[in-house]
Design a protein around this ligand. Sequence first.
Ligand SMILES: [Zn+2]
Length: 299
Amino acid sequence: MNPNTGGNSADASEKTLWSELLPYEFKKRLAKCPVVYVPLGLCEPHGQVSAFGLDTIKAEWLCQQTARIVGGIVAPSLGYHIHESGYHARWLEETVGEENPHMTSVPPAVLLYFFLYQLRAFVNAGFKMVVVITGHSGGNQEDLRRLANLFMTYIPIRVWVKSDPELVEGIYMGDHAGKYELSQLMYIRPDLVDMNARILEEVPLSGGRLALGSDADEASPEWGKQIMDACLSQLCTVVSQIDEETVSKALPKISYSMIETIWSEFIQSSATWVTANPWQKQQEVSPNSQWKPYEHYKA
Ligand SMILES: [Zn+2]
């Protein structure tokens, strides 16, 4: 089985990645379906047993599969994301402690500012709908949505942001490196999961448990297939419902200065971003924790 296509019936040889398309191929796909997909994730520990890029890899899989089935083009992935700040800090204290998590995290304002320029690039390249799938979730996707909503008040493009657990809300429960996530990776990239590596949890300097979910041992590729198929089906439904008005809308080219205007408005609310603060009833980060400096964030 080609690990990049899973077991789905979509044509595995069909190119969907922007980076791999020739100009005439790009124009053809764009004319057929002016949707761009953005896979978002980061490298962060998912226990000793799984690859760091789980979040990015599942988002890439969903975007590529959907583009093959419904059409559209998959933008280069973004493998850097918001972690550490606000509510993440206490969570990291509890699940990672003083170990080095070897993460590709960036501050909220860095990610969000870059996201805004990504949206500019998509509009200017000719897309009429942006579908953002983030494999990293738990609250941070809300800030992306807020910014996308503000962007849409300036530019009448459709920007749709979801995490993969939100695609299957009420059916499957998302988690971190537990039965849900490990099953997903076992299905799409079985070569990147090694359950035997759990023995390293007890080995000094290995990093310990590294945020492994409590039900990780229940993960299976069969469960992962069910989850990924359900996510994929929901995503295909949403994208295939793109309406004629969205497709035919003429959008203006966006300059740097317009993005700076939107950003200067958005950054004023940085103290209320979801990723800027702990959850209301969340326990405080311990004074000596390596995560203490990130508990309260302001851009
Ligand atoms: Zn994850």
